[in-house]
Ligand binder design. Structure first.
Ligand SMILES: N[C@@H](CCC(=O)N[C@@H](CS)C(=O)NCC(=O)O)C(=O)O
Length: 126
């Protein structure tokens, strides 16, 4: 069963929604879609019920409601995992499994291999 629900606008008209949709696809996440159809009289009312900002896209995950396509991309992928890893944030088993999956993704391994070739900056590592 999909653990993510993406609330989005028409794919023809909402490029912000497309960003979130593609991000989830790229991440290989299973998700359901709820489309708020633009141009209909009930559009604003539907948005008011489904989105805290009145805009799409919105990602729901468990009890979390994440508006804004950039926030959705951030929530899904590397920045959060990388910083949690760096700072040794203690997380539960489910979050750990997700973090490990992201951390061990081939694209991440490639990024870290390239990072290892860059000069280190001690001030940035405190
Ligand atoms: N910065 C937001 C922008 C979201 C946004 O503007 N969404 C538009 C659709 S592309 C929207 O929901 N419009 C509904 C309206 O204006 O009533 C993001 O990246 O998600």
């Amino acid at each position: 069963m999909a653990i993510y629900r993406l609330i989005l606008g028409n794919k023809n008209y909402s490029s912000w929604s497309l960003r979130a949709w593609l991000m989830l696809k790229f991440a290989g996440a299973e998700f359901t879609e709820t489309t708020v159809l633009f141009g209909r009289p009930d559009m604003k009312e539907n948005l008011r019920h489904l989105s805290p900002t009145g805009l799409v896209p919105v990602l729901e995950h468990g009890g979390l409601v994440i508006p804004d396509s950039i926030a959705i991309a951030d929530a899904m992928y590397a920045p959060v995992v990388a910083r949690f890893h760096t700072y040794g944030v203690v997380v539960d088993a489910t979050a750990r499994a997700y973090m490990d999956a992201v951390w061990n993704h081939p694209a991440m391994a490639e990024a870290w291999a390239l990072a290892a070739e860059e000069p280190r900056i001690p001030e940035y590592e405190r």
